[in-house]
Design a protein around this ligand. Structure first.
Ligand code: PAF
Length: 285
């Protein structure tokens, strides 16, 4: 596996691969790999001849009060794991290489970014779309693989890719969960043992919602009331939002039907967790 540190070297590599007729799949990450990231890499491996994983803790997607400084990092472990997964390139640029002095341009997707996570994280999605747009230009992928846990991010990136006419297939990968149901996240490392127990309230609420949909419940407001009750009854959880939305437009849904996603964010201690579920998918992901 090659480790590439500069945008210029990254693009030179991508140009060489494309000239040789090789397609590229990109897995954008902020590192501190867990099984969820590794499953994205495996999916990428199936899609293209070459796999690039970017590892970049993108400062412009963190608000001033957020966890940029303490975001977990372990480059050597991440590099070893990526290598084990048969990744061709780990692209790990420095902040100054991605945002050199004088850099001013931002890429923003209007409309989809004001609600849900965008409501409590102003500027977050602009930071995400800016860095992902830069990665798309540098890596020239034919496929890009993202986790469905960041469900709003996936919808925003799909919109950006379509709007900017990129010939890139955006592939969403199902949420990978711990055996007890907790959605895998690099931020789970912040949770104390007690907080981790509280955090299970999110997947419990999702299981309840799936059960209610299976029973035939179609009223989104009723489902949301029940889900909120489960969350607020769990000690240690402070709910930020719980919504049923259309998976593409993110508009609130009144009726539960295929294409509607239950999405939630909550604080457990100082850790902000998100989770979601496509309530009509075959089985709990
Ligand atoms: O999902 C993430 O880890 C990040 O938001 C991403 C897509 C790598 C952009 O920094």
């Amino acid at each position: 596996m090659e480790i590439i540190r500069t945008p210029v070297a990254m693009t030179a590599w991508a140009n060489r691969m494309i000239a040789a007729g090789d397609s590229i799949a990109l897995v954008p990450t902020m590192g501190y790999f867990h099984e969820g990231h590794l499953s994205l890499m495996r999916q990428a491996r199936k899609l293209a001849k070459r796999v690039v994983v970017s590892l970049f803790v993108n400062p412009i997607q963190f608000g001033p009060q957020e966890d940029l400084a303490r975001y977990p990092r372990d480059f050597d472990r991440d590099a070893a794991l990526a290598e084990q997964e048969g990744v061709d390139v780990l692209f790990a640029p420095a902040v100054a290489a991605m945002y050199p002095e004088g850099s001013r341009t931002r890429v923003a997707v209007a409309g989809l970014t004001g609600g849900l996570c965008g409501g409590s994280r102003p500027g977050h999605f602009e930071g995400v779309t800016t860095v992902v747009a830069k990665l798309f230009h540098l890596v020239k992928p034919r496929f890009a693989v993202f986790g469905q846990k960041d469900f709003q991010q996936l919808a925003v990136i799909r919109r950006m890719t379509a709007d900017l006419n990129w010939d890139i297939e955006i592939v969403g990968h199902s949420i990978v969960r711990e055996a007890d149901g907790l959605a895998m996240s690099s931020r789970n490392v912040y949770l104390s043992a007690g907080e981790r127990q509280s955090a299970l309230g999110l997947s419990r609420a999702i299981r309840h919602a799936r059960q209610r949909v299976r029973e035939g419940l179609a009223d989104a407001a009723m489902l949301l009331r029940e889900v909120r009750e489960i969350l607020t009854a769990t000690p240690g959880i402070a709910v930020e939002y719980v919504e049923c939305v259309d998976e593409k437009t993110l508009a609130p849904a009144a009726r539960l039907a295929p294409g509607v996603v239950l999405a939630m964010a909550a604080r457990v201690g100082t850790t902000r967790l998100i989770d979601n579920d496509d309530l009509f998918a075959e089985e709990v992901k």
